[in-house]
Design a protein around this ligand. Structure first.
Ligand code: MTE
Ligand code: LUZ
Ligand code: MOS
Length: 751
């Protein structure tokens, strides 16, 4: 089935926040934010700005009727600054005016004073000064310390992986309307409608039942709207609450880039130990996460970094620790992979370091250490239905790794200006929110008396086509024409207490809830059909829009059956609830079974570096990916390609830069470059691994949203290998992204 939004998107008819037709008297808001990264003694004078023609009112922290607090995991972040400023771009005031343009002009007239304080921009500085978001977390298995002394080879080094801007096409925004009895309706571009509802209620001092959040779709989220869509919606709600007219707040790109957090940069230190057969016996990693000025989702992201610190390898002795370091940058947040990519970059760096020192290809170490059935992940879960070797072997069958390596060596022997490099990149990603209580969902299904169906779930459509998958679940269960089924908006009054659309688990959680609801309704309809046809209910099947008895089609059509059920006063509405079984995690021991299952895959990346210019191309990426039994291969292939492009961008060209004052330098799309059609691979082959699938996944179709991003990490190492082929003195460094400037320096460094 094609993405059900395809026609609307192509015609420009799909609705995003800015497309909602605003009501008469709607006002527009713009956010005034901190020009400095760290200060105290803030005073705010809005009098000049308030007199600007067309300005209705300017809101500051004083106007907040409830709690000035938007933190989710920790209560450490105000909606609007009071006395202290903690990052450039931190919201201070909301200007509400007749138009967007007026609001933006007026905000330039707001005057503030403050006393500046020293600024911290890197995780290392923060650690040196003892500035942390929360206590460090540490996972371990075996005894790494002791194991190192038995190792034949031990290597250590430092790594850095940079942040990443989400660059969703639709910037952050919301539209708020006052309803009767002091209630507020919020249209928000959020991955977490319940997060917005809960925080809006807290800030306004209202109960959650007075706030309704409605989400049609997002023009991309990528994690950037899991937590950070909230403040803008709450600001619009605050203005509506006071002014009693609708208020729209949409960040322009410049404000969005400046005010919102990004993927976390990490500075890390690893130590890896191998035996004489290149088996990894011990690993120690210290991760320094640059969390920014408030917790946001940092503690959860730090946790996932630890979970993925061993990628798809079995290592018997591991000790990892992560510090969430408090800096004066915008609070960094969820981004596709959620700390997993940062964890994997370090283990892959460690393997590359070892390979380089031992003068063998890294893939030999990777291959020798792949996870096997019943290996224990170092957080206690036993590996099952492991596809690490299967994806590797199938890839090797598709494209012989040895031959590729020989071809590349031959090419490099015969070329001076161009050098090729290859790398393998296996992935293993755990599916479930690592915070076990978040793994549940609900779905509400109405069958209308004419036989059409309306579906509401907690899933938010953000381009990943989750609505298409939800429609497929209902369509396949009822066996009716897809035209009869409609996906409703995601709305907190229809489906409450939702977890955000995140962790790649949305289709699983909401799909399983929906499946339960559909089965309950199907069962009721079968009883009605059995009654109508005077046969046993076990003989009934609903197929292709008709009731069948013992596999023979009857005269009873879906629509007539539904109407008869309605006439018999059978309930045609059902609410399904699903909570992932079996998962658990004990934080006091840091052990458990946190994931429903893991997604595996292996990629082979080939690159060419132009050693005169320092430029490069990704020639090809061959992947064998574990989709389980994909329920929509078109959609899933799209997810692999999109994630891969983002992974390549993160590792090669996307370079976030802050100066020492905490000012974002890469604050426009001319200074922050994301991959285009020319910079992703010239050839991408994605081969689905044949498997039985996994029962914990919806229709055995595994989660696909985030894992393939991590194939992009291999591009870094393929490029490093190409540089090495040109310059034998090149000392492998683990400092991403691998920009052409870095390639150039690597090509010509002397040691
Ligand atoms: N695909 C598109 N087109 N747009 C997005 O914003 N977000 C990604 C991924 N794929 C995203 C996307 C992220 S970060 C996640 S967690 C998953 O989709 C969430 O959706 P799922 O749980 O339905 O896979
Ligand atoms: N969000 C979250 C996530 O709150 N918990 C998670 O474990 C997670 N994992 C991936 C992406 N988002
Ligand atoms: Mo995705 S980082 O879980 O929104």
């Amino acid at each position: 089935m094609k993405n059900i939004d395809a026609n609307g998107h192509v015609r420009g008819e799909s609705l995003f926040i800015d497309d909602i037709l605003t009501k008469k008297h709607t006002l527009h808001a713009a956010v005034f934010s901190s020009p400095v990264a760290h200060a105290k003694d803030l005073t705010i004078d809005t009098s000049k700005a308030a007199q600007f023609p067309g300005v209705e009112r300017i809101f500051t922290a004083k106007d907040i009727p409830g709690q000035n607090e938007i933190g989710g995991i920790l209560l450490d972040e105000p909606l609007l600054a009071e006395d202290e400023l903690h990052f450039q771009g931190q919201p201070i005031a909301v200007v509400v005016a007749e138009s967007d343009f007026i609001a933006r002009q007026a905000r330039a007239l707001i005057e503030i004073t403050y006393t500046e304080l020293p600024v911290i921009t890197t995780a290392k500085q923060a650690k040196e000064q003892g500035k942390f978001i929360n206590p460090a977390r540490s996972f371990s298995m075996g005894d790494a310390n002791k194991a190192f002394s038995d190792c034949e080879h031990v290597f250590e080094d430092e790594t850095f992986s940079n942040g990443q801007e989400h660059l969703y096409l639709e910037t952050q925004g919301a539209y708020a309307e006052k309803m009767e009895n002091g209630c507020i309706k919020l249209m928000s571009s959020t991955q977490g409608p319940t997060v917005v509802q809960r925080i809006a209620a807290r800030v306004l001092g209202l109960s959650m039942h007075k706030i309704e959040v409605d989400v049609t779709r997002l023009g991309g989220g990528f994690g950037g709207k899991e937590d950070q869509a909230t403040p803008w919606a709450v600001m619009a709600a605050l203005a509506t609450h006071h002014l009693n007219v609708p208020v729209k707040l949409i960040l322009d790109r410049h404000d969005d880039l400046k005010m919102t957090g990004k993927r976390h940069p990490y500075e890390s230190h690893f130590k890896i130990g191998l035996d004489k057969d290149y088996k990894i016996k011990a690993l120690e990693v210290e991760f320094l996460q640059n969390s920014g000025a408030a917790a946001d989702l940092s503690p959860a992201i730090a946790e996932r970094t630890l979970f993925h610190a061993t990628n798809s390898y079995f290592i018997p002795n591991v000790k990892t620790i992560v510090h969430s370091c408090k800096t004066n940058l915008p609070p960094n947040t969820a981004f596709r992979g959620f700390g997993g990519p940062q964890g994997k970059f370090v283990i892959e760096s460690a393997i590359a370091k070892a390979a380089n020192k031992l003068n063998i290809p890294a893939w030999k170490i990777q291959q020798a250490n792949l996870l096997q059935e019943n290996d224990e992940f170092y957080y206690g879960q036993m590996a099952s239905q492991v596809e690490a070797k299967n994806t590797w072997n199938q890839l090797n069958k598709n494209i012989n790794i040895n031959e590729v390596e020989e071809d590349i060596n031959l090419f490099n022997d015969n070329n001076n200006q161009l050098k090729k490099g290859m790398a393998l990149m296996p992935i293993c990603f755990g599916i479930s929110f690592t915070n076990t209580p978040m793994n549940h969902a609900r779905a509400l299904v109405h069958i209308y008396q004419d036989g059409s169906v309306g579906i509401s779930t907690g899933a938010v459509e953000m381009g990943q086509s989750v609505n298409t998958k939800m429609l497929q679940v209902a369509q396949q269960t009822f066996s009716i024409d897809a035209e009869l089924i409609k996906l409703e908006t995601t709305n907190t009054t229809r489906v409450a207490n939702t977890s955000p659309t995140a962790a790649s688990a949305t289709a699983d959680l909401n799909g399983k809830a929906l499946l339960k609801a559909c089965h309950a309704l199907l069962d009721r309809l079968k009883h009605v059909a059995a009654d109508e046809l005077s046969v046993g209910v076990d003989t009934i099947e609903l197929k292709d829009g008709w009731a069948h008895v013992n596999n023979k089609q009857t005269e009873l059509a879906w629509k007539d059956l539904v109407f008869k059920a309605f006439w018999k006063r059978v309930c045609l509405t059902e609410n399904g609830h699903y909570a992932t079984p079996k998962i658990k995690f004990d934080k006091t021991k840091e052990k458990g079974h946190p994931f429903a299952y893991h997604v595996y895959g292996t990629a082979l990346i080939q690159t060419t570096v132009d050693c005169l210019r320092g430029t490069y191309e990704v020639d090809s990426i061959d992947i064998v990916h574990d989709f389980g039994k994909s329920m929509n291969i078109g959609v899933d292939m799209g997810q692999v390609e999109g994630a891969l492009a983002q992974g390549i961008g993160w590792m090669t060209m996307e370079e976030i830069a802050y100066n020492d004052d905490g000012r974002l330098l890469s604050n426009t799309l001319s200074t922050y470059k994301i991959p285009d059609i020319f910079s992703i691979a010239k050839e991408i082959n994605v081969d689905p691994l044949e498997t039985e699938g996994n029962d914990m996944a919806i229709f055995k179709s595994k989660a696909v949203g985030e894992p393939p991003l991590m194939y992009g990490i291999g591009v870094y190492f393929a490029l490093a290998n190409a540089i090495k082929a040109y310059n034998p003195n090149y000392q492998l460094k683990f400092h991403s992204p691998m920009t052409p400037e870095k390639v150039m320096m690597g090509l010509h460094e002397e040691h």
